[in-house]
Write a protein that binds this ligand. Structure first.
Ligand code: NFS
Ligand code: SF4
Length: 653
């Protein structure tokens, strides 16, 4: 489908590669230093046009088979597979890949939880017993007069089914609004355990099995739901129980959080346990003294990407940038160690790290990189790894030999809005609820809610679409919830501070000023998109906005996505009833049956639908038009006109 063609613009100007000033400065320095970054490779690597349209198949060795996107029904594969089968299979496998990433991460968190509860792991503890009880209650686990250990043991057993359940519905189906769940049952897409669903996708998409695009899409929905309402949701809930549920915290974001006279350590990846232990290590008196002995003022720990977003949200740890900046930041020369775990870690980091003598340290048995140092992280002895990372960083600091240039940008804002906090913030301590949010939507001050999420992609100008899209949405009174790299893009653009309320339309601005909140609310990492699902369910349960998730005046977008994980997230949002728009590129041929299925027919089945648009302003207006249509269907479109007229009258007075 039509692609963003950045290649028409001159990439010699770094500001055509990124809207992020600090990243642009590092692109300039990298070019001076003769260092290649992801932007340069994206420029150099023309995307295969057949692959970009998803018009090829290599699922067996009679192929690979290439079809013609211009005339999609002219040819079929050697086996006879049509364009619709080929695209649906490719799409389903992307959903499987993304869901596997989230659910494997979630399962790792759950295993950690199990061994903390049974005492095998001593270095972590349950930090939020209130959340433990709340989650247990939501799954009908008995909590009265029971110890934390008893409740936690039952919760572990119950949640393990999220992954291993062979038949029947997974636990968090209890959180899905009844009307939505009934529709899923009717369509036969209620997920069983993620392992089963992913296995079945891989089976059904091999040569000669499922060759009906509608049936393949059904399995893609079921698998994606086992991620959003399964693996990802478990990850968020268990991480909150173990490490604390986020509440708003003021925090600095951007490359300026690096400090020239300190030992700088970056953690980049997705599982919060490594990062939590790093916080302990950098607080160790012995190591701080060692850093001072090496001539540093101290140790400076910062995050990048999604575990960075979680630590920023939970503990206010500064965040240095999103996906496209992870190699650019090494060009500062100021990074004394970068430790990574899993997901979104570009192999190209190794070469850049090498140029600046920065140790790149892999820590997870599932993810090694040729040329990186591997220091394996074990939860039963986490400090063995994290202390060693600090020692390596101190040694690099002592032997720094590259000139240092740290961009000064630091953008301060408020992060850490869990769905629990949104309820508390709007409803107050004693009557925490979604009633005020629903009321403000019904009366029209808030037109609707948008989730803007996902990656940055060097094939399009970094952060640019995130920022333009979100500014247009809030200007039109749409409250925006953010996660992942999108949250970081908006933080760098200064939109996460309460003062940014003046960018919002009059209705949203009034709500923000009354509550003292920014017009965009950052919820954490990509697995924390599950917080959006829970918030949406709470809105339905609160009443007045229909009885199914598909009735809500909401929309979703990933304007600069690059990962299979984003496709999985998009598909679970769509299957949950949300109109979900992607930018940059979409692996599909227009004017095909599969395209009509994703972009239209799923909605007719009571689910949401996909949308694609590379222009962020047009994307915003498609989302707003959808929100307005839902408002009209709910019969609340008139109220908004009244309240906005009232407000302008009051302003005049
Ligand atoms: Ni999400 Fe996080 Fe970022 Fe995209 Fe990667 S870090 S899980 S996939 S690039 S938002
Ligand atoms: Fe070609 Fe069919 Fe084999 Fe795919 S499964 S590579 S379309 S022969």
């Amino acid at each position: 489908m039509k692609k963003e063609d950045k290649n028409t613009k001159s990439m010699s100007d770094p500001l055509n590669c990124t809207a992020c000033q600090s990243t642009a400065k590092m692109i300039t320095k990298a070019r001076k230093d003769g260092v290649i970054l992801n932007f340069d490779r994206a420029d150099d690597m023309k995307a295969c046009p057949i692959g970009a349209d998803s018009a090829c198949c290599k699922h067996c060795f009679m192929g690979p088979c290439r079809l013609n996107a211009r005339d999609p029904y002219k040819k079929v594969g050697v086996c006879g597979a049509t364009i619709d089968t080929i695209m649906a299979r490719n799409f389903a496998r992307a959903v499987a890949g993304g869901s596997a990433a989230h659910t494997d991460h979630g399962m790792a968190m759950l295993e950690l939880f199990r061994d903390v509860v049974n005492g095998k792991i001593q270095d972590y503890e349950i930090k939020d017993p209130f959340k433990l009880v709340a989650v247990a209650k939501s799954l009908d686990i008995e909590t009265e007069d029971r110890s934390v250990e008893e409740i936690a043991t039952d919760l572990y057993k119950e949640l393990e089914r999220t992954y291993t359940q062979v038949e029947g519905e997974i636990p968090f189906m209890k959180r899905v609004p009844e009307a939505t769940l009934e529709n899923w049952r009717k369509l036969d897409i209620v997920p069983r355990g993620a392992m089963r669903e992913i296995m079945e996708i891989m089976h059904r998409t091999t040569m000669g099995v499922d060759q009906h695009y509608e049936n393949i899409t059904k399995q893609a929905s079921r698998t994606a739901l086992s991620d959003g309402w399964g693996g990802s949701m478990v990850s968020t809930e268990i991480s909150d129980i173990l490490f604390g549920t986020p509440t708003p915290v003021e925090v600095g974001v951007n490359m300026g959080v690096l400090k020239e006279n300190m030992v700088n350590i970056i953690i980049h990846g997705h599982e919060p346990n490594l990062f939590e232990s790093m916080v302990v290590s950098v607080g160790s008196e012995v190591l701080v003294q060692a850093a001072k002995d090496a001539g540093a003022e101290g140790i400076n720990l910062v995050g990048m990407c999604c575990s960075g977003a979680e630590m920023m949200s939970r503990h206010g740890v500064p965040h240095a940038g999103n996906f496209s900046s992870t190699d650019a930041i090494l060009v500062t020369g100021a990074v004394d160690a970068m430790a990574v775990d899993i997901q979104c870690i570009k192999q190209g980091l190794a070469a850049v790290a090498h140029c600046y003598d920065t140790p790149l340290i892999t820590t997870n048995t599932r993810a090694m990189i040729e040329g990186a140092v591997h220091l394996e992280f074990h939860e039963h002895d986490p400090m063995a790894c994290t202390d060693e990372i600090v020692i390596k960083a101190i040694s690099r600091f002592k032997n720094r030999k590259h000139p240092i240039e740290i961009p000064k940008e630091v953008n301060s804002g408020i992060q850490g809005f869990s769905h629990e906090y949104i309820s508390y913030m709007l409803g107050g301590t004693f009557r925490g609820s979604y009633a005020p949010l629903n009321e403000n939507i019904i009366n029209g001050r808030i037109r609707g809610v948008a989730g803007v999420v996902g990656c940055t992609n060097p094939r399009t100008r970094q952060d640019d679409s995130h920022i333009k899209l979100v500014r247009e949405l809030i200007k039109n009174d749409v409250l925006v919830l953010l996660t992942g790299c999108s949250q970081i893009a908006l933080a760098k653009a200064g939109l996460s501070s309460p003062e940014a309320a003046h960018f919002a339309g009059p209705g949203l601005q009034e709500v923000c000023e009354t509550v003292g909140m920014p017009p965009v609310l950052g919820l954490g990492s990509c697995v924390d998109n599950s917080r959006i699902l829970i918030a949406a369910s709470a809105m339905v349960a609160q009443g007045g906005l229909g009885d199914s998730l598909a009735d809500l005046p909401v929309a979703g977008a990933a304007p600069e996505y690059m990962s299979e994980k984003a496709i999985a997230i998009g598909q679970y949002f769509v299957a949950s009833g949300v109109y979900t728009m992607f930018g940059v590129t979409f692996p599909i041929v227009e004017n095909t049956k599969f395209h009509a299925h994703l972009f239209k027919e799923l909605e007719e089945m009571g689910l949401g639908k996909w949308g694609f648009e590379t222009d962020p302003i047009a994307m915003a207006h498609s989302m707003i038009a959808h929100i307005d249509k839902k408002r009209a269907d709910l019969g609340i479109d008139k109220a908004r006109e009244r309240v906005l007229v009232d407000m302008s009258d009051r302003r005049q007075l």
